[in-house]
Write a protein that binds this ligand. Structure first.
Ligand code: NDP
Length: 401
């Protein structure tokens, strides 16, 4: 029975508080705070209608450490779940340290003016969280999050060591729009247009954005093109599973998405540096976000499924083996349950589960942790129980590419 404060009332925040309300034995008291209180109130209404649970709402600018600390002091939660944007991570961690409260998020800190996706800013908080006796759990979404736990689950139960790991993220959903992103457009486009990087033989290998393509037959989705990308869990997994020789991340994109993105990039609309417009500085990517559909609005029209998983090759009792572990999530089912499409659902459910791990004491400790540093079993059990069932199978051979 614990109080939780969730910050960020977007698609992910909405799914997380719906699922928390469905588990009121763990989350006895829920407050949802965000920049615009009307978004929190709309989510609270939906939670009440779907689950019968009343949640509290509040307005906060989470960039303002003192304002967030004052909110935490008023609400008195045991844990703050940060589902705002990566820009707010450090400010919310500071507010947690100020008030003596545990912290959790789903995406690593990003400075507004650089697309870096690096953990060092948050890992630098290690000593302060340890000395305060508090836990900071980083990246409890799907990727990072479930994909990291999948890796440790394979290592615990199927392989003695992992030599190569490939994370495959497929969204086979169709939202019926010419161009839209399934989570925050600014973060999504920064990620997709970044230089691709993977870890191989002790070094990062860089390739131009979206320059490496492979096709893969995803169960319940079909054959899709996927592209080599950088993704933040590569850094934490290669740190915490140091035996991994090669680790890569792949994401599927349709041709229409890529064509729109190419044009937007060519005309400068994805830039994150300020440009002067009618005497005022604007960031083109932020303006683009303002004209694109809100990810939360896509749920009503999105059909199809996501399929995200890990393929690991390693040895078991001296024999080389390859295992594939994955989850399939249906957009329409996710929408029927929570009013949000599967990309928000596949992030919001693990956010609820990560929070449950900390609040029940299944995971914990003083310091800053990534998902793969904990026992995967209780988290994996909750995935099966709360809408993200997974499967494992042995493949005949390692990936051929
Ligand atoms: P949205 O943009 O839909 O929601 C973000 C919410 O945070 C909005 O309600 C926004 O308010 C609020 N917010 C923004 N700035 C502030 C601030 N300064 N103070 C308070 N609230 C603020 O994003 P998503 O829900 O799609 O994503 C949420 C997080 O989840 C992001 O960090 C994203 O990177 C991460 N994510 C992680 C994934 C994973 O698998 N690990 C996958 C997908 C997303 P307003 O509505 O007023 O703009």
């Amino acid at each position: 029975m614990s109080k939780v404060l969730v910050i960020g009332a977007g698609g992910v925040g909405s799914v997380a508080v719906h699922k928390m309300a469905m588990n009121s034995n763990i989350f006895s008291d829920i407050t949802l705070a965000s920049r615009r209180i009307e978004k929190c109130d709309a989510t609270a209404e939906s939670v009440k209608a779907r689950t019968g649970v009343t949640i509290a709402t509040a307005q906060v600018d989470a960039d303002d450490i003192d304002a967030t600390a004052a909110l935490i002091a008023r609400v008195q939660p045991k844990l703050v779940v940060n589902l705002a944007l990566p820009y707010q991570d450090l400010a919310i961690m500071e507010a947690c340290l100020k008030t003596g409260v545990h912290y959790m998020d789903t995406a690593n800190y990003e400075p507004r003016d650089e697309a870096k996706f690096e953990y060092h800013w948050q890992w630098a908080y290690q000593d302060r969280f340890r000395e305060a006796g508090l836990t900071a759990l980083l990246g409890s979404g799907f990727d990072p999050g479930v994909t990291s736990v999948f890796a440790t689950y394979l290592k615990k139960h199927y392989l003695d060591t992992i030599e190569t790991l490939d994370i495959l993220d497929c969204n086979g959903g169709d939202h019926g729009q010419h161009f839209a992103t399934n989570f925050n457009p600014e973060i999504n486009i920064r990620e997709v247009t970044a230089v691709a990087r993977h870890w191989e033989n002790g070094a990062w290998v860089e390739t131009p954005p979206l320059s490496h393509k492979q096709s893969f037959d995803f169960e319940q989705v079909g054959v899709k093109n996927m592209y080599l990308m950088y993704h933040e869990e590569l850094e934490s997994l290669k740190t915490h599973l140091p035996e991994i020789r090669r680790i890569r991340f792949w994401m599927t994109f349709g041709d229409a998405y890529l064509k729109h993105l190419e044009v937007l990039q060519n005309v400068g609309m994805t830039r994150i540096d300020p440009v002067l417009y009618e005497g005022k500085e604007i960031i083109p990517l932020q303006f683009l976000k303002a004209v694109l559909p809100e990810p939360a609005s896509l749920g009503v029209t999105t059909k199809g499924k996501t399929n995200i998983g890990d393929i690991a090759t390693g040895t078991k009792d001296g024999v080389q083996k390859t295992f594939y572990i994955w989850n399939v999530c249906d957009h329409e089912e996710a929408y029927a349950e929570t009013g949000n499409q599967a990309v928000s659902y596949t992030t919001g459910v693990p956010a609820m589960i990560g929070a449950a791990m900390l609040l029940t004491g299944a995971w914990g400790g003083a310091g800053v942790f990534n998902m793969e540093q904990f026992d995967p079993d209780p988290f994996m059990a909750m995935l099966n129980e709360h809408g993200l069932p997974w499967q494992v199978k042995e493949l005949d051979a390692p990936l051929a590419f």
